[in-house]
Design a protein around this ligand. Structure first.
Ligand SMILES: [Zn+2]
Length: 330
């Protein structure tokens, strides 16, 4: 049957009227998927890599990605928080289509860590939203899964705890979004390449506000009586600073630093005078994670009692991108 041009137009209009609500329905709105607070109890470590080649590019034209990274990594501040248990929450309602459990919570850097071949994602929950969208939650804590395949979940429903399972060396949730088997960057869903300003993330306003982009982050800070290793930060076992400690060390663990960044630190005593001050040479390459420390030996007369202040600044291309202060009372 041949349709007259007018009929074809009418048919096209009817079809697009049918298609419009389907398309609108298909793009999900995502709530923040963790029971933590960015800037206080968790931080974003990586975004989706939007450079099609070997380069690194996040949606804001920074380097806060790993090559080919296909999701968003939200990390806890340390392993003490992980062991206490932090809920991973369903970002949108849907149906559980796959799970994996039984992968141990071991950093891939740990001596004797088992191979993660075939299960990089570790313990996992995958949730389908309709028939085209899939949300994947990876690196979940072993034995913490609260859902089973076939379950229907509501937004905000606890799925499991944040873990250290699969291909990871820090406790975090790897959250990825797919539409018709294609990776979608929830911060800039209209394309997967480049970093031009784009409107319309998939996040709820509240989640978007919480995940405001940062060009670098101070994850942990403190004062200690000796130089601090990563393990001591993860397990909160740094030697506490005290009036008779042999040294006073101000430490910070930073994430998301870039080649060329310059870090300055100082420690001020109770009288406001500088006890120690230092600047590192510009970083020779991007640093996913970077420990910065500055210390001073105990003076002959011991440490004066009072409030000690540490300051840290990171400068990038002449601009201050991180500025942080913290203090301790001796
Ligand atoms: Zn990841």
């Amino acid at each position: 049957m041949r349709l007259a041009p007018l009929a074809i137009l009418a048919l096209a209009a009817a079809l697009s009227a049918l298609a419009a609500p389907r398309a609108a329905q298909a793009a999900p709105t995502l709530a923040f998927p963790l029971a933590c607070e960015i800037g206080r109890t968790c931080e974003i470590q990586h975004y989706v890599d939007r450079d099609p080649g070997p380069g690194l590019l996040d949606y804001r034209c920074g380097h806060r990605v790993e090559d080919k990274h296909d999701g968003v990594d939200i990390r806890l501040l340390d392993m003490v928080a992980q062991r206490a248990g932090v809920d991973v929450l369903a970002a949108a309602p849907g149906r559980v289509i796959a799970i994996r459990d039984g992968v141990p919570d071991i950093s891939i850097r740990a001596p004797g860590a088992p191979s993660t071949e075939g299960h990089h994602c570790g313990n996992r929950v995958a949730i389908a939203l309709g028939d085209a969208w899939i949300l994947d939650y990876c690196h979940l804590a072993e034995g913490s899964l609260k859902v089973r395949v076939g379950d229907t979940v509501g937004v905000g429903q606890p799925l499991a705890h944040v873990g250290l399972s699969g291909d990871t060396e820090f406790p975090h949730l790897h959250f990825s979004v797919r539409h018709a088997n294609q990776v979608v960057d929830p911060f800039a869903p209209s394309s997967l390449e480049g970093c031009e300003a784009q409107a319309g993330s998939l996040w709820t306003p509240e989640a978007a506000r919480q995940m405001t982009y940062k060009r670098g982050v101070v994850l942990n800070t403190g004062f200690a009586a000796a130089l601090v290793g990563q393990g001591a930060i993860e397990n909160r076992t740094t030697l506490p600073a005290s009036p008779d400690a042999p040294a006073l060390v101000a430490y910070a663990r930073l994430i998301g630093l870039e080649q060329g960044d310059v870090i300055d630190m100082s420690i001020l005593g109770p009288d406001g005078k500088v006890i120690s001050k230092g600047a590192l040479p510009p970083l020779n390459h991007d640093k996913d994670e970077f420990p910065a420390q500055l210390g001073h030996k105990r003076p002959a007369q011991g440490w004066a009692r009072g409030v000690y202040l540490a300051t840290l600044q990171v400068r990038r291309a002449g601009q201050v991108v991180i500025s942080q202060r913290w203090q301790a009372t001796l």
